[in-house]
Design a protein around this ligand. Structure first.
Ligand SMILES: [Zn+2]
Ligand SMILES: [Zn+2]
Length: 551
């Protein structure tokens, strides 16, 4: 029997975040990426969103390895959570491995995990799959695309990529190798859709260095710059400009310190001597000779920049002698928190430069012309857009059609759908469990019932009805007590509370007349009559908790 190849996206489709895709052939499964997502604003108390990987748990005996394309959270963030439940080796590039190790250490998983590091250009076998790492440009070094060769053909998964012909280090994306594979014949391409809404070509990372230079030149203020901690090339550029203008660099924020340390140990950064200075010593230097690199580019609560803005930072007081540069764009959903931090910095009198049009940030993802270039070089028979919200996947599919991929050979899939691939066809088959697992870092997993409750409490509040019943003959002793939280302010709504009591009393009397004496029936009757009444009169749906107090 000829086996078919199955591609099963478990996350990353219809969303930006929690990327995870399984490839299955015969008795082997490999997984590409293992990322986390960020909670929506209405996921109260949820800190982390993980892909639902129950499919992998059910097939653990066939799992040969997890391959990580690069070290961003939406690709590696779920690794510790997956490793707590699955014993599986990891395969990735050296910098990505080092960033994963930092996570595993925090979760106390480091010494039980096998991590195999491979450089771009390496090839290795996992069961029926042969995997090749291909160097790509992105906003973190050591990012790779994958050529996955199976008995029915080669699949290319781009990972996150852009084409940068003047990168800071590591060289340009290996277009030559991608073209060679294209000439040899590629069965399917899975490609990054993030920037499909942007025409043209993404700007080179080196552009940002020029932007920094303009802001450093002749500046007599202390300079504070925030960016994504993982953007090693950006950090390198800040340090280079600082050295050029004879400034010392201090680092604040744990993730920034960690990344800088591992990236320089592994040789991904080249730090000139005598430039770095301990943050504790920063105040002993003249302001115009200082640069501080800080975490908090997304306005994250308790990040270093946040603490500076709200005067909670141990070493740094921000004032009119500071120029604060925000070298990042807001990840959708973070705009409000960033604005708050920026406002607070303005309050302190600081000059804040955050306009994204001033060469302070470039995207790490391919725009349309680069996506077309990828399609042109790889010349895939089948195409599947990945890494994007639904509209982006649709647009990327259109782009592929314009580039000559047959419409019937393009699949726009959703998380959990099984895509079955033969040499001749690609089609959507049945689906497997997929979705989101919500994690509250204090409480662990948050189920949908808990989230629904938190929703209701936040939107409509809560009403507790205390029913004082006699424990001897199950009769109501006095009138019920009504306590509300987040619903109405009782002192100003006495009349309304009296109405609620009346509804409760009517229900209790009706139960009595029907000889209903068991507590659970009485409670559920009270609950339903009260919620019916409230919905009719207020269009609200608060959580109602009847409590029987036996006296
Ligand atoms: Zn990325
Ligand atoms: Zn990504």
């Amino acid at each position: 029997m000829v086996s078919k190849l199955k591609i099963i996206p478990l996350g990353g489709l219809g969303e930006i975040g929690k990327n995870m895709t399984a490839f299955e052939y015969g008795s082997d499964i490999i997984v590409v990426d293992c990322g986390m997502g960020f909670p929506d604003e209405d996921m109260y108390g949820v800190d982390i969103v993980l892909p639902d990987f129950s499919y992998l748990k059910r097939n653990a005996d066939r799992l040969r390895g997890i391959i990580l394309t690069h070290g961003h959270e939406d690709h590696i963030g779920a690794v510790p959570y997956v490793l707590k439940e699955l014993d599986v080796p990891l395969y990735t590039t050296p910098l990505t491995a080092a960033l994963i190790e930092l996570k595993l250490e925090e979760h106390d998983l480091l010494y039980n995990t096998q991590i195999f590091t491979k450089k771009a250009g390496s090839t290795f076998r996992l069961g029926s799959f042969v995997i090749e790492f291909i160097h790509v440009n992105h906003s973190i070094p050591d990012s790779v695309a994958l050529a996955i060769t199976t008995p029915i053909g080669t699949i290319i998964h781009t990972g996150d990529f852009k084409i940068d012909v003047t990168p800071i280090s590591g060289g340009m994306i290996d277009l030559v190798r991608l073209g060679q594979l294209g000439n040899e014949g590629v069965l399917a391409l899975l490609s990054d859709s993030t920037n499909v809404e942007r025409a043209g070509h993404s700007e080179s990372e080196s552009r940002v260095g020029e932007g920094f230079d303009k802001l450093f030149k002749g500046c007599d203020k202390r300079i504070i710059i925030t960016t994504f901690a993982s953007n090693v090339h950006r950090l390198q550029q800040i340090i280079n400009v600082a050295a050029k203008y004879k400034r010392k660099v201090g680092i604040t924020g744990r993730s920034m310190e960690n990344v800088l340390r591992v990236a320089s140990v592994l040789g991904y950064m080249d730090i000139p001597e005598n430039v770095m200075v301990d943050i504790d010593r920063i105040n002993s230097l003249p302001r115009e000779q200082v640069v501080i690199i800080s975490t908090g580019s997304q306005g994250e609560a308790m990040s270093a920049l946040y603490r500076m803005a709200f005067s909670e930072h141990k070493q740094i007081r921000v004032d009119a002698g500071d120029r604060v540069i925000i070298s990042a764009s807001a990840i959708p959903g973070n705009e409000t928190t960033i604005s708050r931090v920026i406002d607070e910095l303005f309050h302190k009198g600081a000059e804040v430069i955050y306009d994204r049009n001033t060469d302070l940030h470039v995207s790490g993802h391919a725009c349309q012309e680069e996506q077309k270039m990828m399609l042109a070089l790889v010349k895939p028979k089948f195409f599947m857009p990945v890494h994007g919200e639904y509209r982006m996947l649709v647009k990327h599919a259109q782009l592929a059609r314009e580039m000559g991929v047959q419409p019937r050979n393009i699949v726009i899939a959703e998380n959990g759908q099984v895509i079955e691939l033969s040499k001749k066809s690609m089609k959507l088959e049945d689906s497997v469990t997929a979705g989101a697992v919500l994690v509250d870092s204090g409480m662990g997993k948050v189920g949908s019932v808990v989230l629904r409750d938190r929703h209701r409490l936040a939107e409509d509040g809560m009403i507790v009805v205390v029913l004082p019943y006699s424990s001897e003959d199950h009769t109501l002793l006095t009138e019920p007590e009504i306590i509300t939280r987040g619903f109405i302010y009782v002192k100003e709504a006495e009349g309304q509370i009296e109405e609620l009591k009346r509804v409760v009393m009517e229900t209790v009397v009706a139960c009595d007349a029907q000889m209903i004496t068991d507590w659970s029936t009485i409670k559920s009757r009270v609950k339903s009559s009260l919620s019916g009444y409230l919905f009719k009169t207020t269009r609200r749906n608060p959580m109602i908790l009847p409590v029987i107090s036996e006296i």
